[in-house]
Write a protein that binds this ligand. Structure first.
Ligand SMILES: C[S@@+](CC[C@H](N)C(=O)[O-])C[C@H]1O[C@@H](n2cnc3c(N)ncnc32)[C@H](O)[C@@H]1O
Length: 318
């Protein structure tokens, strides 16, 4: 089933006014946001790192030949891929339903498939990581990116199991994790956090998010609008801290003179918007989504520290 766009009305509102605006959609997917923005009168430049979105691209190119353009690539480079100034940027972070539902992509522990998880089908797969990382590194990764408290026990079981046979499928890994940490009735599947962690690591998702935020800040001029939909607490924390530096860890010395404190780079930062009960009933995958949006000020773009944004370090001890 194609992806059902999440928090669509709120996204449209955050990017308004749309008529005649030029918007960059950094996560095209099935084109749900792009289509709605085009229908509201905007021009759209869309990016996606997954070549399997091309059938959806063709549909929008046929319907809006003058106002829609697709560029393959990652949103960490959106300022250089945009092809000119834009009035708004939207990012809908994470996996699409098409990626999740195809067993062959290896994102889901609910269906058996190769342990892959690469959005772009390039680079190291989840199986590469699971079969090659040292036990401590694997535990740290599961802890940092999955907030998995039983990461050491899982890493130990993985290393023991792969000594006899490499772990190559999603079902094999899901079973192994379940055996290692057990399963309580009513709880989420015990592999949920580990699969999230591996997906984040395979696709460099947190680095992509941070660099995408920096690139949006460089690209948008004063008054430009940014809307970001995220799906778990690690991502939402990064977006929240980025837009509102008062929420981030201090990155400057408190001994600096008052005058050196920089002006805010984002204004009109909205409160977090979450889906209504009606939306979660219609589309259960929207359940964990959060939208944050803001308007760019005239203050110059400036990268801030990864640590201040709360990006976990997968190399620290679990
Ligand atoms: C949640 S879906 C977007 C759905 C879309 N808003 C819609 O309404 O159909 C996320 C999409 O972003 C893509 N993606 C994820 N990370 C990306 C990145 N760093 N750069 C470019 N595309 C990315 C994924 O391949 C996926 O197609």
């Amino acid at each position: 089933m194609p992806h059902v766009p999440v928090l669509l009305d709120a996204v449209r509102e955050a990017l308004a006014p749309l008529k005649g605006a030029r918007i960059l959609d950094g996560t095209f997917g099935a084109g749900g946001y792009s289509r709605a923005l085009l229908e509201a009168g905007a021009s759209v430049v869309a990016l996606d790192r997954d070549p399997s979105v091309l059938p959806y691209v063709r549909q929008l190119s046929a319907a809006f030949p003058d106002r829609f353009r697709f560029v393959p690539g990652t949103f960490s480079q959106l300022d250089s891929l945009a092809g000119g100034p834009v009035d708004g940027v939207v990012l809908d972070i994470g996996v699409s339903s098409m990626q999740l539902d195809q067993p062959g992509r290896g994102f889901s522990f609910m269906q058996d498939g190769p342990l892959d998880m690469r959005m772009s089908s390039e680079g190291q797969s989840a199986a590469d990581l699971v079969n090659a990382l040292e036990e401590a590194a694997l535990a740290n990764l599961l802890f940092a990116y999955g907030e998995e408290r039983k990461s050491r026990r899982i890493a130990h079981s993985i290393v023991a199991a792969r000594a006899t046979q490499p772990i190559t499928t999603t079902a094999q890994l899901a079973r192994l994790i379940e055996k290692s940490i057990g399963r309580k009735p009513g709880d989420a599947h015990p592999a949920t956090r580990s699969f999230q962690a591996l997906r984040i690591a395979v696709n460099g998702e947190l680095e992509q998010l941070v660099e995408g935020l920096f690139a949006s800040e460089r690209l948008l001029a004063e008054g430009g609008r940014l809307a970001v939909v995220s799906f778990h607490s690690l991502e939402d924390r990064i977006v929240k801290r980025f837009l509102d530096p008062e929420k981030s860890a201090p990155t400057r010395s408190r001994h600096l003179p008052e005058a050196a404190v920089e002006l805010r780079r984002w204004v009109e930062v909205s409160k977090a918007i979450r889906p209504s009960p009606g939306e979660t009933a219609r589309n259960p995958r929207s359940r964990s989504s959060t939208l944050r949006s803001a308007v760019r000020s005239a203050s110059p773009a400036r990268p801030v520290s990864y640590a201040g944004l709360g990006v976990p370090n997968s190399r620290s001890a679990a």
